[in-house]
Write a protein that binds this ligand. Structure first.
Ligand SMILES: NC(=O)c1ccc[n+]([C@@H]2O[C@H](COP(=O)([O-])OP(=O)(O)OC[C@H]3O[C@@H](n4cnc5c(N)ncnc54)[C@H](OP(=O)(O)O)[C@@H]3O)[C@@H](O)[C@H]2O)c1
Length: 227
């Protein structure tokens, strides 16, 4: 799959999935700007522009970061919203602040980054969001998390409809458990081979960025490996 100099901004680009997505997009021939709240890796990420220290839930900071990314790449063709976080917390013992936190980090970041990107995106553009398979049918302890990711899913569907006239596609991937070091530490007895590797999800992101996916919009695509 070739991305032929596509100019792609990837939020959460210094995290586990973000790094894999940045590397996969670069390998496919894209120009990439990675945007994250975390500081930029000192060694950089290949040829990607690294924009660190950005709270994407702040619309002004998001606008500034997307403008910087577009300037660095000479324009913007696609946005991949990966920034996010997980919290396990029961409703019984939980805190309402967790709901605000997860809404802010999982949904508000995607909304603010998308709004900031829309002034740059053009026909043929792409927005890819990361939801969660667990938001399709929530289990115990993930109410705040799945509520925020359900928001990402409805945001995806609505924005896809809104942008049909502009020929910009908007889709969401719904991963189950990713094979990351924190998940291995939290679930040491699990069969890691059944989990989705960040690189596998990054391959699906590259497909959604590519010309070959131009007829797909408003889709919520589970990527669940053998979980
Ligand atoms: N890991 C899984 O099993 C799994 C499963 C389903 C869905 N997902 C989703 O997949 C995405 C990536 O997960 P991951 O495991 O790669 O997470 P990760 O390694 O924690 O990476 C997430 C990155 O997003 C950044 N970030 C958080 N809040 C931000 C903000 N307000 N503005 C800008 N950047 C922000 C984080 O920075 P800080 O380090 O500074 O917080 C971090 O670098 C998330 O949306 C997550 O919900 C993950």
């Amino acid at each position: 799959m070739q991305l032929d100099h596509l100019r792609v901004a990837i939020t959460g680009g210094f995290g586990a999935l973000g790094l894999a997505a940045v590397q996969a997009a670069l390998a496919a021939g894209a120009r990439v700007a990675a945007i994250d709240r975390a500081p930029a890796p000192s060694a950089g990420i290949g040829a990607a522009s690294c924009i660190g220290g950005v709270d994407l839930a702040d619309p002004a900071a998001a606008a500034n970061a997307l403008d910087t990314a577009a300037k660095a790449m000479g324009g913007l063709d696609a946005l991949v919203n990966i920034a996010g976080m997980f919290r396990y917390e029961s409703v019984t013992d939980g805190n309402a602040d967790t709901w605000d936190l997860l809404y802010r980090v999982n949904l508000r970041t995607a909304v603010a980054a998308s709004q900031a990107a829309l002034k740059h995106l053009h026909a043929g553009g792409r927005i890819i969001n990361i939801g969660a398979a667990s938001a399709l049918k929530a289990g115990a302890g993930v109410a705040a998390y799945t509520a925020s990711k359900s928001g990402v899913m409805r945001f995806t569907e609505s924005l896809a409809e809104e942008l049909k006239e502009r020929d910009i596609t908007v889709n969401a991937l719904l991963p189950s458990i990713l094979d990351t070091p924190p998940n291995r530490a939290d679930m040491p007895k699990a069969d890691f081979a059944r989990w989705v590797k960040p690189e596998q999800l990054a391959d699906v992101i590259v497909f959604l960025l590519s010309k070959q996916s131009s007829a797909i919009t408003g889709a919520l695509i589970p990527v669940t490996g053998r979980v």
